[in-house]
Ligand binder design. Structure first.
Ligand SMILES: [Zn+2]
Length: 89
């Protein structure tokens, strides 16, 4: 019966040592990822700005299109060159 107690104690010690080693490993692994999130906050606003691109409505069909994809004719924006041509005629 005493042997079992020693065995259990030995297993507990081995488990404790393994856990300690894993904690130390995870602690060393955790430090580099902690540095990464600091770069993402600066990247997130840039992405948000790209998502919040100016939308303009087509002067012909009022369809909203990103300003970068809109066709500009004079002061008016159009969803496509076809609608720009329709409006100029
Ligand atoms: Zn249109």
């Amino acid at each position: 019966m005493r042997i079992i107690l020693w065995l259990v104690l030995g297993v507990l010690v081995i488990l404790a040592l393994k856990k300690k080693a894993r904690d130390m490993q995870s602690r060393t692994f955790q430090t580099p990822p902690e540095a990464e999130p600091s770069s993402s906050p600066s990247a997130a606003p840039g992405h948000a700005v790209r998502d919040a691109e100016d939308m303009v409505s087509c002067a012909h069909c009022q369809l909203y299109v990103p300003v970068s994809e809109a066709v500009l004719r004079g002061e008016l924006h159009f969803c496509s060159a076809a609608h720009a041509d329709l409006h100029t005629h």
